[in-house]
Design a protein around this ligand. Structure first.
Ligand SMILES: Cc1cc2nc3c(=O)[nH]c(=O)nc-3n(C[C@H](O)[C@H](O)[C@H](O)COP(=O)(O)O)c2cc1C
Length: 336
């Protein structure tokens, strides 16, 4: 979960018997190297490192201007001159340069969001012996991942928090909830399928396994763990009534992602036509986010969250993992 955790949460999940994941999308090469060192030295079992593999867009000055115009009322309120705000990318895709950092660590598992990297780059990852996972949000994407070399598919239902992994289409009407998506992907591919989206309890795990999942991926339920780096404002929102209302929004990065509805989403509408291509929307918002956060307000802060925050508790990740893992055990009384 890029921006909400580092190796500490990944390690805690690994030590509790799960497959902890290090999000690398927002790490500099130096920070990535340091985090990989921690996992290599301290993880007893397998661990996962996650990358985005989008195609970076060409900078577009006209689109950037339209975006700043849309944000103008917020700049005016905050007393910020939009001309003074530097443009910038914020999230870099997986590349050979990043692979140079990762290769000496040969991570047991490498996962991708937004498809898979180019064939030569994917072949390089596989040459280290890493198991490769990627997210599918439709049956077509699952089939594409199988045909292009993924070893397992994460079926990311519409309930999931954070960015939608969608990569073959931008049409949100194609996106299915977990209960509809999972069995259709299980039927469509021969790979193991990992269920994601809305799973927050042992019962949720059991439901996913009953629908043919080989495992589950859980994000939101870990966001209030002490090992996560989730901000105080974000934690507060997750534990409040506000968390009952999430929406997909393009405002914070340019790609649809699910977060708790805040003032920016309410006032501009969550899917804004002027939001520039991923990940270019982020830079123009940075000073606004900082301005309101300094006042203890999340008006312009992405509050990533899935639809099901019922598993979000301020407990160690080991406890959350142990609770979820009960879903893999036979329910008592079911033995014949
Ligand atoms: C705060 C947050 C950040 C996320 N960041 C990433 C990411 O960097 N890479 C990724 O593949 N998925 C990311 N996701 C999506 C998760 O991998 C997963 O699909 C999702 O959390 C599952 O649904 P749930 O949130 O209902 O548990 C993120 C999710 C959240 C909540």
């Amino acid at each position: 979960m890029a921006g909400a955790q580092g190796s500490a949460l990944a390690l805690a999940v690994c030590q509790a018997g799960g497959l902890g994941s290090l999000p690398a999308a927002m790490l500099s090469p130096q920070a990535l190297q340091a985090e990989l060192e921690v996992l290599r030295q301290q993880a007893a079992g397998p661990w996962n490192v996650n990358f985005f593999c989008h195609t970076p867009p060409e900078p577009d000055a006209a689109a950037e201007t339209r975006w700043r115009e849309a944000l103008q009322p917020f700049y005016a309120e905050a007393g910020i001159d939009p001309e003074s705000v530097p443009a910038g990318a914020g999230r870099v895709p997986f590349s050979h340069a990043v692979a140079d950092v990762v290769e000496p660590f040969a991570p047991p598992v490498v996962s991708f969001h937004f498809g898979l990297p180019a064939p030569d780059l994917l072949a390089r990852v596989k040459s280290w012996g890493s198991v490769v996972l990627s997210s599918a949000t439709t049956v077509e994407e699952a089939r594409w991942l199988e045909a292009h070399g993924a070893d397992a598919v994460i079926a990311q239902g519409l309930e999931a928090g954070g960015h939608r992994g969608m990569f073959l289409t931008a049409d949100l009407s194609t996106q299915l909830g977990s209960l509809a998506l999972l069995p259709q992907i299980v039927a469509a591919v021969d790979l193991p399928v990992i269920a994601a989206g809305g799973i927050a309890s042992a019962e949720g795990v059991r439901a996913a396994m009953a629908l043919g999942a080989a495992g589950v991926q859980v994000g939101t339920a870990y966001l209030c763990c002490p090992e996560a780096s989730t901000s105080a404002l974000h934690r507060q929102a997750l534990m409040s009534e506000a968390a009952r209302h999430t929406a997909l929004t393009t405002l914070f990065s340019g790609r649809p992602a699910r977060g708790i509805v805040n003032r920016l989403m309410q006032e501009l509408g969550p899917l804004h036509p002027a939001a520039p291509a991923f990940p270019l929307a982020t830079a123009a918002l940075a000073p606004l986010r900082a301005h309101f956060e300094a006042q203890g307000r999340s008006d312009c802060t992405p509050l990533w969250s899935g639809q099901n925050t019922s598993g979000c508790r301020p407990l160690p990740a080991a406890d959350i993992t142990a609770d979820l893992a009960r879903g893999f055990a036979q329910p008592s009384g079911s033995e014949s």
